[in-house]
Ligand binder design. Structure first.
Ligand SMILES: O=C(O)CCC(=O)C(=O)O
Ligand SMILES: [Fe+2]
Length: 267
């Protein structure tokens, strides 16, 4: 394997690896590298849905997503505009399926077809966002008289995450605003503007005043990596550590396969 840093904030580029052949053998080392780097960019892969599932099984149990239940294979979702001009739009930063009581630890996204330009995916390291919070909070207060919560102000807070957007039977969930990574012990911000509706047990005003500055801080450029896709890329990210966003600035065909690996209840 050839390894190089993807960005100062996070991410490791992995080359000279053929997962179709060596996926099982490489999985152990890749799991360690993911814990260290939060995001792996594995280039030049050609995995069928079956091969992607096989590789995923080396990381844990696969989960389904409510929007893919009708697909022939509910474990491998296809994200595609299928050549239709879908129209441009707005993505939102999120960690995957935070409305679920036990959201996926890991997501894997494998590019088949990508636009000539556009359709990048943004990633933001939520360990760095959490760890820099007190300094950022102090600076904002001193220089601009703006409020940004400190680490201490977040202790014991939980937030509500809405799943009902995907259907009546999809659960909503409450999770801590700061979660502790169950394998590394590192803390991360765990609220997002896509699925988090409000902080519970505080007024609506207090919730809004807390969340929006936190979200602005959480996706500061210093914490981010922006991935420009090539066909064959397989990205693996740790949902306990990063948020991501689809950048909907394209109207050419784009097609990705996706699997998610079962996680534990966030604490
Ligand atoms: O299509 C993308 O760029 C990202 C989509 C996404 O949010 C995901 O796969 O979880
Ligand atoms: Fe996502």
């Amino acid at each position: 394997m050839k390894l190089e840093s993807a960005a100062p904030a996070m991410g490791l580029r992995v080359g000279q690896l053929n997962l179709a052949k060596d996926g099982d053998r490489a999985a152990g080392e890749l799991r360690g590298l993911l814990l260290e780097h939060q995001l792996l960019v594995i280039t030049k892969q050609q995995l069928t849905s079956e091969q992607l599932m096989d590789f995923g099984h080396g990381w844990g149990d696969l989960m389904t997503h409510p929007s893919s239940m009708a697909h022939p294979n509910p474990y491998v979702q296809t994200l595609a505009n299928q050549g239709k001009v879908k129209g441009k739009g707005f993505g939102a930063w999120h960690s995957d399926m935070t409305w679920h009581p036990t959201p996926p630890r890991i997501t894997m996204l494998h590019a088949q077809r990508v636009p000539g330009s556009g359709g990048d995916t943004g990633y933001a390291n939520q360990h760095l966002a959490y760890e820099s919070l007190d300094r950022a909070s102090r600076d904002k207060r001193r220089m601009f008289r703006r409020h940004l919560a400190t680490q201490e102000e977040l202790v014991g807070l939980s937030a509500f995450h809405v799943g009902k957007g995907f259907g009546e039977h999809v659960p909503d969930s409450v999770h801590p605003v700061v979660r502790t990574h169950d394998e590394t012990g590192r803390k991360a911000l765990y609220v997002n503007p896509e699925f988090t509706s409000h902080v519970i047990d505080v007024t609506e005003h207090a919730s809004e005043r807390l969340l929006w500055p936190l979200w602005l801080h959480a996706v500061a450029e210093e914490f981010t990596y922006r991935h420009r896709w090539s066909p064959g890329d397989l990205l693996i990210w740790d949902n306990r550590s990063v948020m991501h966003t689809a950048i909907l600035d394209y109207d050419e065909p784009r097609s990705m396969s996706r699997i998610v690996i079962q996680g534990n209840e966030p604490v």
